[in-house]
Design a protein around this ligand. Structure first.
Ligand code: ZN
Length: 262
């Protein structure tokens, strides 16, 4: 009998939605804690309560961002269990390194690690039968910030091929229509890329111009993120030979133009 209990961290915000979803996943009297989140004493108390009656056997981390991983090592030490992660990061050091396909056993079940770079290079989703814990690869209701657009697209296709029935994201509500949600994410990425290309074709010649065109009416607080996202998309297009991108990095003034046709 598998159980999945959501323990919502009290860290809501523009990039975390209602807060980080910590999951306590149980099977046969044993339990894993997935993404214990930031170090917030009341949240750690709530995780301990959710673990009542089960034997903890591991702490698992999807990626090293500060809203997912910082509580992991302390909790692992306190519970005297391994801390599973793909790579070390800010305030996080896995005791057990996992790779794509690594099994993490608990009770009569096991999580299978699915390396899904894109949001970050170290991002891992976890498959449990027909369920997929998606971390920040796919979120419930908020937009994913992407570090590598080409890798992200490949990772979306990778989880589509797993064909999970039900998603448990790192933020927002669980997503029972998994197939439709993943297809929507892929379509959204394709659409964004077309919008960026259309903005360039219409005369945009730096990142600010593209942001103004593609993210019309954007909340000024999110503009830095939009500049970062457009730059990420332009790197993919540059690598594919579609655009010429200046060296200014993720800055609004960085120049960009379409590669001229033959
Ligand atoms: Zn993240």
């Amino acid at each position: 009998m598998t159980s999945i209990e959501l323990v919502l961290a009290p860290n809501p915000g523009p990039f975390t939605g209602p807060g980080t979803n910590t999951y306590v996943i149980g099977s046969g009297g044993e339990a894993l804690v997935l993404d214990p989140g930031p170090i917030i004493p009341s949240h750690l108390d709530a995780i301990r309560v959710a673990l009542t009656g089960a034997l903890p056997v591991g702490v698992v981390v999807t990626h090293t961002h500060p809203d997912h991983a910082p509580a992991a090592n302390g909790l692992g030490t306190e519970l005297d269990v391994p801390v599973y992660g793909f790579a070390p990061g800010d305030g996080f050091e896995p005791t057990d390194n996992i790779e794509d396909g690594s099994p993490i056993p608990f009770g009569s079940d096991r999580l299978i690690a699915v390396h899904t770079p894109g949001h970050t290079p170290d991002h891992v989703c976890f498959l449990l039968g027909e369920y997929l814990f998606t971390g920040d690869h796919i979120m419930g209701g908020s937009t994913v910030i992407i570090e590598d657009a080409a890798a992200y697209m490949e990772s979306l296709q990778k989880v589509a091929n797993l064909d999970p029935a039900h998603l448990y994201p790192g933020h927002g509500p669980e997503l029972p229509e998994a197939r439709a949600v993943i297809a929507e994410y892929i379509a959204h990425r394709v659409e964004r890329e077309l919008q960026v290309m259309a903005a360039l074709a219409a005369g945009a010649n730096n990142i600010d111009d593209v942001v103004d065109e593609v993210y019309q009416g954007i909340d000024p607080a999110l503009r830095i993120a939009a500049v970062f996202q457009v730059h990420t998309q332009l790197i993919k297009l540059r690598d594919e030979g579609s655009v010429i991108l200046g060296s200014g990095g993720a800055d609004g003034t960085t120049a960009v133009r379409l590669v001229e046709g033959p």
